[in-house]
Design a protein around this ligand. Structure first.
Ligand SMILES: *Cc1c(COP(=O)(O)O)cnc(C)c1O
Length: 398
């Protein structure tokens, strides 16, 4: 048994990651010593201003962009909102039509639903059983009113990587702006805005060992977009509000480190992930891996355990100090199945038994051994007391 004060075995890196010590150290001076407002004109503020521009350069270099194409935001959600609302408004052609996928993050899906209420029409493309968008379907969905295409680079629930470069090529052939939510991709797969043919790209520092509440939107030179946040002249009058100075410094440092180590990270984390998967498949019957077997993020496992409920697995693992997340939205109280697992055609009983384990720098080989010791016993115990999980809505107090 693990001692209660032992650190948790954290396997939820798709939800957030710890700040790297080097990133934290880089941020510290900008809380106090160099606190100047980057917009102020005196010499003292120059250090702040220069640090912001240095960080902008680091973000640009990591994704193959120009510094002037990087705009700091408050994170992935704001970047997605800005890209979709801003580009749709600027490119609206006779009512406006948006193409996106049915497996996007809620930051994209709920923004599109909001625009539908404003009079836009939206095509939510289906995906195959692995969660991949068919580029042919994108081409077929384009109309002369299409003003934006938005498809994520990699899925946060099942880890499936999309054929973004192909999708971007189609968008470009039709002169339609193309946005990708690359929040999960940065640091895990190579991201280059020219290779991917994207005009708009969202990223968020806390998903790659940077601080929470800071992100960026890449806007290709010449892309028409309206402001989301109105106010002062910051970010070349495109995103008002005094800069999150320490956050920006942290983002710059974190993305520099993440982009420099994609290969090593993939090898290290992917090796642990593969051993974890093999161990689970070996020890537990009636399980299925969700998402694409190869075209997936190196750190992601999304596994359905038949006859049990993901939330019950989560709670029992939590009692053993293991942090994971579920594939159903039961825990959020909505009683609804994950839209991603539904979109890949998972039967409700398999979607209910889905658990997401996302590895990262916090994990060691010992962690894998520990989970491989605990998880099969947890599943066995749950199956022995509850061969068929009740539907989410039937339970109280969730
Ligand atoms: C986490 C996440 C977001 C939201 O980013 P925040 O910085 O937490 O607002 C958006 N899209 C994807 C794919 C994510 O994983």
């Amino acid at each position: 048994m693990r001692a209660e004060n032992e650190r948790p075995v954290y396997m939820d890196h798709a939800a957030t990651t710890p700040v790297r010590p080097e990133v934290f150290a880089a941020m510290v001076p900008y809380f106090s010593r160099f606190f100047g407002n980057p917009s102020s004109l005196y010499t003292f503020a120059r250090e702040s201003r220069e640090a912001v521009e240095e960080a902008r350069g680091r973000v640009a270099a990591a994704i193959g962009a120009e510094p002037a194409e990087i705009y700091f935001t408050a994170g992935g959600t704001e970047s997605d909102n800005w890209a979709i609302k801003g580009a749709s408004a600027a490119h609206r052609r006779g009512g406006g039509h948006i193409i996106t996928s049915s497996v996007e993050h809620h930051a994209v899906l709920h923004t599109c639903q909001h625009l539908e209420r404003q009079g836009f029409s939206v095509t939510y493309l289906p995906v195959d059983g692995y969660g991949r968008v068919d580029p042919g379907a994108v081409a077929d969905a384009i109309t002369d009113r299409t003003c934006l295409i938005s498809v994520m680079s990699a899925n946060n629930e099942i880890g499936t990587v999309q054929p973004v470069a192909e999708l971007g090529k189609i968008a470009r052939e039709h002169a339609i702006p193309f946005h990708t939510d690359a929040v999960q991709a940065i640091g895990s797969v190579p991201v280059d805005v020219d290779v991917m043919n994207v005009d708009l790209l969202s990223l968020s520092a806390h998903k790659f060992y940077g601080p929470k509440g800071i992100g960026a939107l890449y806007i290709r030179n010449g892309t028409e977009i309206e402001n989301l946040i109105h106010g002062g002249a910051q970010e070349r009058k495109m995103r008002a509000g005094t800069e999150n100075l320490p956050g920006i410094i942290g983002l710059g440092k974190a993305i520099e480190l993440a982009a420099a180590d994609i290969e090593g990270y993939t090898r290290r984390i992917g090796g642990m992930r593969d051993r974890l998967l093999a161990g689970i498949l070996d020890a537990v019957p009636d399980v299925a891996l969700n998402g694409h077997p190869e075209m997936r993020l190196a750190n992601n496992l999304n596994i359905s355990f038949r006859y049990v409920e993901g939330e019950a697995i989560l709670l029992l693992l939590d009692a053993h100090g293991i942090c994971v997340s579920t594939g159903s939205a039961c825990s959020s109280g909505s009683g609804e199945m994950s839209h991603v697992l539904t979109a890949i055609g998972l039967a409700p009983e398999m979607a209910r038994g889905a658990v997401r384990l996302t590895l990262g720098d916090a994990n060691t080989d010992d962690d894998i051994d520990y989970v491989l010791d605990v998880l099969p016993r947890v599943i066995e115990r749950l199956r022995s007391i509850s061969p068929l999980a009740p539907p989410c809505g039937d339970r109280e107090g969730t």
